[in-house]
Design a binder for this molecule. Structure first.
Ligand code: G3P
Length: 228
């Protein structure tokens, strides 16, 4: 399962890429607004350091989405155009796909919607797990069901688990067979954490330091001799 960052903050992407664990980025209008930069400028900057950058259309009608999607795709070859899971979004996605543009169908909340995304040959479908949990449904069950339906139907569209809120969601997405999980930077940082790793590393370093202190060092023995 590939790890994507769900952010439009350049510094977060840069850190994830430096760690060597991030393969892509998903942005949306909310995240762009939060980052507080010009949309085009920010997407281009992020595309400069990582592939697979989803940028979302904000028009509502198919023809407008098409124009907008083509414009987003022209910004950089790494752009994947995100269209909403609406009839217009799906129709626009189909047309964008015909242009050779990779499409991510977002706001997916059911297996049937995922089948529609597959029917237009979308590159990615994005089920929003956390938002289903919010309304007392099981978001990760949906991710697992889409993966299972796609496998049975030999569908190539990638399943991207989105709206991930916690490290346990990431584990569940991997076990459900998701191709990609996109997560906030805070969740990515949490993936590193384990109390036994921290305790073990502390102990190793302390023990190593003890071996260094036990070594006879020329300067130190001279100082000790002078004291005597
Ligand atoms: O990738 C989709 C994501 O941005 C939505 O997350 O936490 O707003 O439901 P959230």
């Amino acid at each position: 399962m590939k790890i994507f960052l769900d952010t439009a903050i350049y510094e977060e992407v840069q850190q994830g890429v430096e760690w060597g664990v991030v393969d892509g980025v998903t942005t949306n209008p909310t995240l762009i607004a939060k980052a507080g930069h010009d949309h085009e400028e920010q997407v281009k900057r992020i595309c400069g350091i990582v592939g697979n950058v989803s940028a979302e259309v904000v028009s509502e009608r198919k023809d407008d989405m098409l124009v907008e999607g083509r414009r987003l795709a022209s910004w950089h070859e790494n752009v994947i155009v995100k269209v909403p899971m609406t009839p217009d979004g799906i129709a626009a996605g189909k047309a964008l796909g015909r242009d050779g543009i990779r499409v991510n169908v977002t706001l997916c909340f059911s297996v049937n919607q995922a089948l529609l995304a597959a029917a237009i040959g979308a590159y990615i479908v994005s089920p929003f797990a956390g938002r289903l949990d919010d309304i007392n449904e099981d978001g990760m069950r949906l991710v697992a069901d889409i993966v299972s339906a796609y496998r049975q139907q030999e569908i190539k569209t990638k399943v991207l688990a989105a709206s991930i809120r916690s490290p346990v969601h990431v584990t569940q997405a991997a076990l459900a067979g998701a191709d990609i999980a996109t997560m906030p930077f805070a969740v990515l940082k949490q993936l590193f954490n384990h109390p036994l790793t921290e305790a073990g590393q502390k102990r190793f370093l302390e023990d190593y330091r003890k071996t260094q202190e036990a070594k006879p060092v020329a300067g130190r023995s001279e100082a000790a001799a002078a004291k005597r």
